[in-house]
Design a binder for this molecule. Structure first.
Ligand SMILES: [Zn+2]
Length: 273
């Protein structure tokens, strides 16, 4: 049975979050609609263990994106600081699907929850790493090892960004442990869950950099010659400069998130958390 009172409350809550984020320029109009639909479903049908981590990711990432950063970086990123619907979907907006799957397969619900949390950990790690690395104005290196690249370049990694990413992943892992402690009591599996979600999230961030460095769609500015993600630079349309055309930044985020989720859910199912 649908509880209409709760549904109404969920719609109001999700609407408020989406509206505030839209006004603060964290979400574009399409992004706000996507967040509204996904948030309503999660508030209406999920427990606090489902929506609190997503809210934590969303609020912390939006706050970090407001840190002052060099003007050029803002211009070179594909979509700037405002997340559109595709970006929302690539960064956890599909959360209601995980919730639905966990309800549909009770035997795998704990594993699916761990997969969902790992996916959020990867999104958190990747976003925190990018925002902190750019804010600290550190010179990123490709995969942290090879020749320095422009700040904001896909696949670029900085020391402080990597530390921030690890911290973000671990915090989401801690929230997964809290869920296990609340539902099953103090158990060793809570510690395992924190470690598994945290490391799967960290791995997802690394995968994001690998996909970004090798296969992400790159474009070149026809005026200044810079390699960018954006379709426009220096007031001119940019041209194709390498990578798979369909592999946008959103596709990279979605794929690395899915990998983290599969690894963590598989491990959790195997060890019967
Ligand atoms: Zn240019």
């Amino acid at each position: 049975m649908v509880d209409f009172g709760r549904l109404a409350l969920a719609v109001v809550l999700a609407g408020t979050v989406a509206k505030v984020a839209h006004r603060r320029q964290s979400l574009s109009t399409s992004g706000a609609w996507a967040a509204f639909v996904s948030g309503s479903a999660l508030f209406a049908f999920g427990t606090v263990f489902w929506y609190a981590p997503l809210l934590f990711f969303f609020v912390s990432s939006s706050a970090l994106s407001k840190l002052p950063k060099p003007k050029s970086v803002e211009r070179d990123f594909a979509k700037g600081g405002r997340r559109d619907a595709l970006q929302v979907l690539a960064n956890g907006g599909e959360a209601p699907l995980w919730l639905w799957a966990a309800r549909a397969w009770p035997g795998a619900s704990e594993a699916l929850y761990i997969g969902y949390m790992a996916r959020l950990a990867a999104a958190t790690a990747d976003t925190w790493a990018t925002e902190v690395g750019v804010f600290r104005r550190e010179r990123p290196r490709l995969l942290g090892l090879f020749g320095p690249v422009e700040p904001g370049t896909s696949g670029g990694m900085t020391p402080s960004g990597t530390v921030a990413g690890a911290l973000g992943a671990l915090l989401i892992g801690t929230l997964a442990a809290v869920q296990i402690i609340c539902s099953q009591g103090m158990r060793a599996s809570a510690l395992w869950a924190a470690g598994l979600v945290g490391s799967a999230g960290f791995l997802g961030m690394m995968l994001d950099s690998v996909f970004g460095a090798f296969w992400q769609h790159r474009r070149r500015c026809r005026r200044c010659g810079k390699i960018v993600e954006a379709l426009e630079h220096c007031g001119l349309p940019t041209v194709y400069a390498g990578g798979r055309r369909w592999m946008t930044n959103d596709a990279v985020n979605a794929m690395s998130g899915l990998f983290s989720a599969l690894i963590a859910a598989g491990a959790a199912y195997f060890w019967r958390f």
